[in-house]
Ligand binder design. Structure first.
Ligand code: HEC
Length: 388
């Protein structure tokens, strides 16, 4: 009766950790490779006794993690530098620091998911959910207080009589023949397993529904939710026009903010005059702001050599006679108000910064159109003569 079952392996059970370590060493020495040890708790020194190599799982994590990082970078490169090129704040199309978080996240995501999937599917061979050792006396004792070792029948050196004698020499408590289960079908689709899946699905979805839709909306107290107050963009019965939001009282001026009087005029007759002297500090501020906000279109030296070619109409050079003849107030007006296709920069650049930009443009204009008089003037200032 026993003989027509298929043999999985021969197992021996021992009483102490020392005996099992000794047994493992002997098995390795005899040249068996397909064997395993089972113990109720981790036994120190077992890895080296069994000559176990380190797990291959780390390679899966490494390869898939690197793949994830590379894919994320490639995808972001493609969207930002190839498919959807938009200049934002003068940054390069492929601004690497901004891409680090996503690259990191996708690396970790793919690495971990691949590790779990590889562990379950490759190493544990899901959907197989059974093992010949299940439900054996061997498993019952090694999961309680005994130590067991099993040599599998598909080992190249396996010979039933030899293995039995070999184990006998080690004086085990017991030797057990392990067979593949005969009739039971352990496929995924057995009713027991399907019932388990079904029940789990119902419990998990029920718990999720309850948490997200009920538990989260139970308020322990409500005195912060229900306040007598007006929320932005919400109607209100209190005011005659039914709006919750109010406009400022006519004639009010925000602190530190003087309204620009010539707003919307395309050809202002009056313009303001520049309240700032072109000191070194002021010019440096002007340069920083010009390079950030104006240079993408006007170029770093206001030559009109736009970096947005093809995305926005090129502006004219600011070294034309027309632009040189603009008053300071006119340039201020163009920044504040915009001119034709050039939009207003009033919301991005403060009043003082706009005047600093005007000073910087003046410096650029003078530097690019310098005359010999400028040289003499500089020399006067530094107290040196032209010969030096
Ligand atoms: C988005 C691109 C863009 C940016 C940024 C930009 N400009 Fe312009 N600018 C233009 C264009 C285009 C024109 C020409 C508008 C027209 O057709 O009158 C122009 C015109 C001007 C003119 C008038 C030149 C003339 O001869 O009429 C001045 C002055 C000027 N810009 C200053 C600035 C300053 C200062 C900044 C930074 C605060 C700035 N621009 C930012 C696109 C830009």
């Amino acid at each position: 009766m026993l003989n027509d079952k298929k043999l999985f392996g021969i197992a021996a059970i021992f009483n102490t950790p020392d005996e099992i370590i000794n047994a493992a060493k002997k098995v390795v020495e005899s040249g068996f490779t397909k064997f395993d040890v089972n113990s109720p708790y981790p036994v120190h020194g077992m890895d080296s006794a069994m000559k176990l190599k380190s797990s291959k799982l780390g390679f899966v994590t490494l390869v898939m993690g690197l793949t994830g990082g590379a894919l994320a970078l490639l995808f972001m490169y493609w969207t930002m530098s190839v498919n959807y090129r938009i200049v934002i704040g003068g940054k390069p199309f492929f601004a690497f620091p901004a891409l680090i978080p996503i690259t990191f996240e996708v690396t970790v995501l793919l690495g971990t998911v691949a590790t779990v999937v590889a562990m379950i599917a490759l190493f544990f061979k899901l959907p197989n959910n059974n093992h010949p050792l299940h439900d054996t006396n061997y498993m019952k004792s090694v999961s309680a207080d005994k130590f067991g070792i099993i040599i599998e029948a598909n080992d190249a050196k396996f010979d039933e009589k030899f293995v039995r004698d070999f184990f006998q020499d080690l004086h085990p408590l017991n030797i057990e023949m392990i067979y593949y289960p005969e009739e039971e079908n352990y496929s995924v689709f057995q009713p027991k397993f399907l019932l388990f899946l079904f029940t789990t699905a119902i419990i998990v979805s029920g718990a999720t529904y309850f948490t997200l839709n009920k538990l989260l909306y139970i308020t322990p107290f409500n005195w912060m939710d229900d306040q007598e107050k007006l929320n932005p963009q919400k109607p209100s019965d209190l005011f005659s026009n039914g709006f919750g939001m109010r406009t400022p009282v006519e004639g009010t001026v925000a602190r530190g903010f003087i309204p620009y009087p010539y707003k919307g005029e395309t050809n202002p007759v009056h313009v303001l005059s520049n309240p700032f002297l072109p000191t070194k500090k002021n010019l440096e501020l002007g340069k920083a702001k010009f390079n950030t906000f104006c240079s993408p279109c006007h170029g770093y030296f206001a030559d009109g050599d736009s970096r947005l070619r093809g995305q926005f109409p090129n502006p004219p050079t600011l070294h034309s006679k027309r632009a040189i003849d603009f008053s300071d107030g006119m340039i201020y007006h163009i920044i504040t108000n915009g001119q034709n296709v050039m939009p207003s920069y009033a919301s991005q650049i403060s009043r003082d910064e706009r005047w600093a930009i005007v000073n910087y443009i003046r410096a650029l204009q003078r530097a690019k159109n310098a005359s010999s008089a400028d040289l003499i003037e500089i020399n006067k200032e530094t107290g040196t003569n032209g010969a030096n």
